[in-house]
Write a protein that binds this ligand. Structure first.
Ligand code: IVH
Length: 687
């Protein structure tokens, strides 16, 4: 350390990293711009930490390590928090987690018993809500930790956040802290819609949430599906809690949204097991989760441990592997889908994202490539959230090498050479050649896919392999494969068992009801919902084939555009021939769906039902589908309009709310009776 050259070099690097971190914070918070993936940012902070640790002389008061969050946006009046809002220190491994817990143990009197409260780290934006005598008087963003921006009106539009607490003797003053987030499914849908309209997509749900919260017009915020979870307590007067879990329990009973996944455990081994469990299920929570926060549960122990300027010593954020990463863009190519839609995609220098190595990522369409100004040679940020296709969210312009060129959409289809056209009002280009080999291949893969005929063993690789042999010229050829048993056995790696399984899969595909076949046929606008609507009314393939566009347009759920597309599809001689072939090969042409006339008398028609907790015998999707088939509307939130709450194990806050507002709650056994057609009233009456 006494070595001056060493110190100089360290200072140089330290100053450089400080500059990068400050710039990234400014760009991120003030300009809502893309700076770098979170993981890279975290790495830089850790580098600063390690430089400061070996050269304490460099550490200054205004080191980025001692700053929280963001400069304030002047458009929203600044307000001082009653107690500062701190940030969290991070742990990236089991060792770091254990090192932290050892520090906690050492910081407390010998033989202290510690309970660890573990909860999801929600990737949203932090807020502070001040309730005076149970009424929300102020809502603010975290801001710089001392002062935040007033967003009371905006927060009041959140469905989950009560204006008045349901507590007869509320604390005089309480600062409720939590995270506002954008539910992932809604985020994906919103981005899809934006892309369809040729607008640029939001980078991630967190940006979408903080952007939505800063909309000036509360009415605009109301249209955004923002939600909130409580995860902290600030200033408190007129009440005390001896533990954090007691606080959460109170918050839940007072009508505040408290996440169901909070759990208190007694040992770090259990903490680690929970972390693994939460990590394995991170994509199932409906909101983006980037870690697990572990907190000392007892308030008096928290007092003893205290805080640094930046973060409390009694809590730590274990960070899950990041879902964004930085890599090099090696090329941009285009893919042609089953409808002829052309999608540009990035060819990447392989990079690991959340445990999977990615070599390709979608760029959606030409407009997106232009809007993001992504060029071959760029350093790009890629993101992989759950089952969603990885995408390029942007490029880092500062790192762009000299001499890159803007990307141009090819003018001809890479598969068939026909011109690529972008229809008026469309964000995508299309290859309109029905014979395009890429389109046919993609249609075959679609036909065999889960939502269509669900033919096990016929995935994209197998389709490509069989097409090379010339065995799959059109969709009907799939059902001719069973006649090729000997040919199939002649292929490398196709043992008898595999061939038999495939043939069995194809035979099962033939037996799927006609609404699934309709989806498989790749008709414009016909997905599972439209297919069911058509089949409910028209009953059979022949019935649909015979219906006029006017007749179809008059059906519930079908409009003139869909009707015209279906009619046009069946009118094409090549499709008529395909349908004849399929019928001759034995596809099922009818359905098990109930006739629509029955809709009015469906047992749950007009009722809104909410499901919560874990059910032993059903997945959420199954319950939803079956309840809907009985006419129910299945909603995610309990309100006065809810007819019944079906609660599995760990019903959590929804169950509490239902009980608080008098919505009937039933268990899984009652659900079975409902699904068997028993009237709800009889079940509730205990018959
Ligand atoms: S506790 C002083 N719990 O993560 C304790 N924070 O990286 C402060 N966050 O500013 C927060 N989920 O916005 C806590 N379950 C959770 C959280 C959580 C998300 C956010 C919060 C905080 C940031 C720190």
């Amino acid at each position: 350390m006494a070595d001056p050259t060493n110190l100089d070099a360290a200072r140089q690097r330290y100053d450089e990293v400080c500059r990068i971190v400050r710039d990234a914070r400014y760009r991120y918070y003030v300009l809502s711009d893309l700076a770098m993936p979170d993981a890279t940012f975290d790495e830089l902070l850790r580098e600063l930490e390690s430089i400061e640790a070996s050269h304490p002389a460099l550490a200054s008061e205004d080191s980025p390590l001692r700053q929280v969050g963001a400069p304030l946006d002047e458009a929203f009046p600044a307000v001082e928090h009653l107690e500062p809002m701190l940030s969290l220190d991070n742990a990236f491994s089991e060792d770091e987690l254990r090192a932290w817990s050892d520090r906690v143990v050492r910081g407390l009197p010998e033989h202290s018993v510690i309970q660890w409260a573990c909860e999801l780290k929600i990737d949203g934006t932090a807020i502070n809500c001040v309730y005076r005598r149970g009424v929300l008087v102020l809502g603010a963003t975290r801001g710089d930790g001392v002062k935040g921006e007033t967003v009371t009106q905006q927060l009041l539009t959140l469905q989950d956040l009560p204006y008045r607490l349901t507590d007869d003797q509320p604390p005089e003053v309480v600062e409720i802290r939590g995270e506002v987030y954008y539910p992932v499914e809604k985020f994906i849908r919103m981005n899809e819609e934006r892309i369809e309209r040729g607008e640029s997509a939001f980078m991630n749900p967190r940006n979408a949430a903080s952007g939505a919260l800063r909309q000036k017009d509360p009415e605009v915020v109301r249209e955004r599906p923002l939600a909130m979870w409580v995860h902290g307590l600030g200033h408190l007067e007129g009440r005390s809690f001896s533990t954090y879990s007691e606080y959460l329990q109170w918050a839940r009973s007072a009508g505040l949204p408290v996440p169901e996944a909070s759990t208190v455990v007694a040992t770090i081994d259990e903490v680690w097991a929970l972390i693994n469990d939460f990590t394995a299920r991170r994509h199932l929570f409906g909101f983006e989760v980037d870690g697990v926060v572990i907190k000392v549960d007892r308030m008096d122990q928290r007092e003893v441990l205290g805080s640094t300027a930046r973060a409390p010593r009694w809590a730590i954020a274990y960070k899950m592997p990041p879902i964004e990463a930085q890599t090099q863009l090696v090329g941009i190519e285009v893919n042609v889908g089953r409808t002829g839609k052309v999608t540009p995609f990035a060819v990447l220098e392989p990079v690991a994202v959340a445990g999977v190595t990615i070599t390709n990522a979608t760029l959606h369409n030409e407009i997106q490539v232009q809007a993001k100004d992504v060029r071959v040679g760029d350093t790009v940020i890629v993101r992989r959230a759950g089952d969603v296709i990885p995408e390029v969210v942007g490029s880092i312009k500062e790192r762009r090498p000299a001499g890159t060129a803007e990307w141009q959409m090819p003018t001809a289809c890479p598969a068939c050479g026909q011109p690529l056209l972008r229809p008026e009002g469309e964000a995508h280009h299309f290859c309109e050649n029905q014979e395009c080999p890429r389109r046919i291949e993609a249609s075959l893969v679609h036909l065999a896919s889960r939502g269509a005929l669900d033919i096990e063993g016929l995935g994209d690789k197998t389709v490509a392999e069989f097409r090379q042999q010339g065995w799959l010229e059109d969709l009907a050829d799939v059902f001719r494969l069973p006649d090729r048993r000997e040919d199939l056995l002649g292929l490398p790696k196709w043992k008898a068992k595999r061939v038999d399984n495939l043939i069995e899969g194809i035979q099962a595909g033939l037996q799927r009801p006609v609404e699934r076949l309709l989806v498989a046929l790749n008709i414009n606008h016909v997905g599972p919902t439209v297919a069911k609507d058509l089949v409910r009314h028209l009953r059979t393939l022949e019935g649909i084939q015979a219906a006029s566009a006017e007749e179809m347009a008059a059906l519930t759920g079908i409009g003139p555009v869909i009707a015209a597309a279906v009619r046009a599809w069946f009118d094409s001689p090549r499709h008529a021939a395909l349908v004849r072939d399929l019928v001759a090969l034995g596809v099922r042409t009818d359905t098990d769906l109930a006739e629509p006339a029955a809709v009015a008398v469906l047992p749950l028609a007009g009722m809104t039902v909410v499901v919560t907790g874990t059910l032993a015998a059903f997945s959420r999707d199954e319950v939803k589908e079956q309840l809907e088939a009985l006419g129910a509307k299945v909603s995610g939130t309990v309100s006065a309009k809810t007819a019944v709450l079906i609660a599995g194990v760990d019903g959590g806050s929804k169950q509490d709310k239902a009980e608080a507002i008098g919505v009937p709650v039933v268990n899984e056994a009652a659900l079975r009776r409902l699904l068997d057609g028993e009237p709800l009233a009889a079940i509730l009456a205990g018959e």
